[in-house]
Design a protein around this ligand. Structure first.
Ligand SMILES: Nc1ncnc2c1ncn2[C@@H]1O[C@H](COP(=O)(O)OP(=O)(O)OP(=O)(O)O)[C@@H](O)[C@H]1O
Length: 331
């Protein structure tokens, strides 16, 4: 059975037109002119129960608007959506018992209360049986290793500690689907890894469907089997992540800050994009050379002060998708 089925889903907003100049601004204050902005064009896709889907797109592409329609927060302008057999905006309350959500930039835990109090309140909201709640909480606390933080006000926790509590809270009522919006944003590498492991574990063991938005290609590669890319509210790619990785996530960028001037690095599969004094930027074609080999070569050839490794930006990936559709190579 499909966990999510979307057909011709659209969302338009009526927005005020911005006028330039003092007179026009004054006029629009009394008689505002409006225009219709289409945030989501007719969108069609479905997600199977237990799937792990990355829902991607650049800023303003329409991801949050789509998630808001799928969780019942927004009514669509047209089209239909079924989430676990419910029409989200009509059955919002019923659906809330079966879905969970984590928004990396927003907390669903009460900020001034310890997480334990939020868990208690949520158990009442979700009408959990006392015994089930106690057992589930114990399991999640152990699994997410959040025992030491449960009785500290959430505002005093580090971002990583809070995110583990957030995720555990979202899973308290055993949701069939979790909507994760940038769940690892701002976290360090170790905590990111831990959070990803926990999400995968829940997907494997409880069959939880994962609907993820992220700008972090590590989240996409490690968590999801399938990716949908939208741009300007339109679906432009629906493909498995392994293929996407092979075809689109093929380049990494290495930025180096050196302690002393060095010769340009010459290596097959590595292009020096920028080299001024002690800064260097390299583009690595990971199909031709492994990052391990490139980093080993850099360490042998240069004295490094700092190194940053970046994945292609969402904008670069989108340019590539369009170019590929048009039959032009870009990378
Ligand atoms: N309530 C609203 N009123 C008017 N326009 C809106 C409203 N909500 C969203 N939009 C517009 O709809 C478009 C899609 O926004 P949305 O927040 O869905 O994008 P997004 O893909 O989630 O972006 P981001 O990655 O930056 O969060 C944007 O152009 C945005 O300005």
């Amino acid at each position: 059975m499909s966990a999510i089925r979307v057909q011709g889903l659209t969302k338009c907003f009526v927005v005020k037109k911005k006028s330039a100049g003092f007179t026009s601004s004054l006029k629009s204050l009394f008689k505002p002119e409006t225009m219709v902005k289409t945030a989501v064009h007719p969108l069609d896709f479905s997600v199977e129960q237990g799937e792990t889907l990355a829902f991607l797109g650049p800023n303003g592409a329409g991801k949050s608007t789509t998630i808001k329609m799928l969780t019942g927060i927004l009514h669509p302008s047209s089209g239909s959506a079924e989430v676990l057999g419910c029409k989200p905006w009509a059955d919002r309350k019923r659906l809330a018992f079966h879905i969970g959500s984590v928004f990396g930039q927003k907390s669903q835990l009460w900020y001034h209360l310890p997480a334990a109090d939020s868990f208690e309140l949520m158990s009442r909201i979700y009408e959990l049986n006392r015994m089930d709640f106690a057992k589930r909480q114990e399991d999640l606390v152990e699994r997410f290793e959040i025992g030491p933080y449960m009785n500290i006000p959430v505002r005093k926790l580090s971002l990583g500690e809070r995110m583990r509590c957030e995720l555990a809270a979202a899973l308290l009522h055993r949701p069939n689907i979790v909507f994760l919006d940038e769940p690892t944003i701002g976290l360090d590498v170790v905590v990111k890894h831990k959070i990803r492991q926990l999400i995968l574990e829940m997907n494997r063991e409880e069959g939880t469907t994962v609907f993820l938005t992220s700008h972090d290609s590590g989240d996409i590669e490690q968590l999801c089997k399938r990716a949908i890319v939208i741009n300007h509210g339109q679906l432009i790619l629906d493909q498995d992540v392994a293929t996407m990785k092979r075809e689109l996530l093929t380049h990494k960028s290495i930025r180096l800050q050196l302690l002393e001037d060095s010769e340009p690095l010459s290596m097959p599969g590595v292009e020096t994009v920028e080299h001024t004094g002690q800064t260097m930027r390299l583009a690595v074609d990971t199909r031709r050379v492994s990052m391990e080999a490139v980093l080993a070569r850099i360490v042998a050839a240069c004295r490094i002060q700092d190194v940053t490794i970046e994945d292609p930006s969402m904008e670069e990936i989108i340019t590539h998708i369009y170019a590929r559709k048009a039959g032009v190579g870009v990378l």
